[in-house]
Design a protein around this ligand. Structure first.
Ligand SMILES: [Zn+2]
Length: 352
């Protein structure tokens, strides 16, 4: 649980979150940065994107080995951006994206959940905060119409299911239609020895068997404006979730009463009004703002050279079209606009 973590093992300067990000990306951090608040402890984050409303929710944080998190990048470099504790753990977020389309409520990714084995709890803890964070914003499990998983690693689909009082695995979101990449599910049935620990069949097999989970090949539009696209690298079949607000529709400005404070609302329109407002939950292709550089991939990636090619493919659209990037594991920044500065370096800009 949390006692696996040092009191604060994270990176950004205290008090900052979005506005100073361009500075943060080029300014070395020190261990004095530890202690910055995690984004989900500072209130909810919400914005409008065309006619959709987007909210970020957290399942909590967990510790990952800093070396594994940054692959071949030397610690002398990554430790300028992210501070590690005395065991070399860095704090990792578990960020879900809630999309209200006006008629449907869509949940992208379901965190780590509450069904980890004792052995896995020793490594990762089990924060299991997602349902209570959704509840605090007035969202009940029955409200979710659609659940989308980018891939099926345990820290991305954990709340797909829960154990009921009789120990039976049941859907956490009883009314929801679930979606996940077909290639992920096929692979998860016979994973390599290297990443077998990351697949927990109880998170998806009962849903596939009951017909509640639909398997995707990549490229499908799940509801108008929300589609998936395969980005190979972290795994062979991981999919990003692309949300495109309609250009012509009025903004989705009716915020649900009694949910979150008005002050937390941020409006995510690209500065150029000729562009279709677009967001992408890019998942483990780019898990945090510290992984924006093409070569900063995770050690967990099964196909690291493809991670680089997929990032290039993503940036080729996301930069000129000013997409909002949603970060699955960033404990400080759930989303940001990525821009290339004069020196060619990727910087994250606050969504507003
Ligand atoms: Zn993963």
């Amino acid at each position: 649980m949390r006692n696996l973590l040092s009191p604060a093992v994270c990176s950004l300067p205290a008090g900052s979150r979005f506005l100073r990000f361009a500075v943060e990306m080029t300014t070395p951090f020190t261990s004095a940065d530890a202690g910055a608040a995690l984004w989900h402890t500072e209130g909810m984050h919400r914005l409008t994107l065309g006619d959709f409303e987007l909210s970020a929710f957290s399942d909590g944080t967990y510790p990952l080995d800093g070396g594994a998190f940054f692959g071949v990048i030397p610690k002398v470099m990554w430790s300028r951006k992210v501070a590690a504790d005395d065991k070399n753990y860095v704090t990792t977020g578990l960020n879900s994206l809630l999309i209200r389309t006006g008629t449907q409520t869509v949940l992208v990714e379901t965190g780590m959940g509450n069904k980890l084995s004792d052995r896995m709890k020793k490594f990762y803890g089990q924060p299991a905060k997602l349902l209570e964070n959704l509840s605090a914003a007035g969202v009940a499990p029955e409200d979710i119409d659609i659940v989308i998983n980018s891939h099926l690693h345990f820290d991305h689909c954990g709340w797909n299911t829960v154990r009921d009082e009789n120990g039976k695995i049941v859907p956490t979101f009883p009314r929801a239609k679930y979606y996940a990449p077909e290639g992920e599910w096929q692979y998860a049935r016979k994973p390599s020895e290297r990443d077998a620990i990351s697949y927990i069949p109880e998170n998806y097999d009962p849903l596939v068997e009951s017909g509640q989970m639909t398997l995707l090949r990549g490229g499908e539009e799940i509801v108008p404006g929300i589609s998936v696209k395969t980005f190979r690298g972290h795994t062979a079949c991981m999919q990003g979730i692309i949300v495109r607000g309609s250009q012509n529709s009025p903004p989705f400005d009716k915020l649900r009463a009694g949910s979150v404070a008005e002050s937390a609302t941020r409006v995510g329109h690209p500065p150029d009004s000729s562009l279709v407002p677009t967001a992408c939950y890019i998942s483990d292709l780019m898990p945090t703002t510290a992984h924006m550089d093409l070569t900063w991939g995770m050690g967990f990636d099964l196909y690291p050279l493809d991670t680089i090619e997929s990032k290039k493919e993503y940036y080729a659209r996301a930069l000129p079209e000013k997409w909002l990037t949603v970060f699955t594991h960033d404990p400080h920044v759930p989303w940001a606009y990525i821009e290339k500065d004069e020196a060619g370096k990727m910087v994250a800009k606050e969504a507003k």
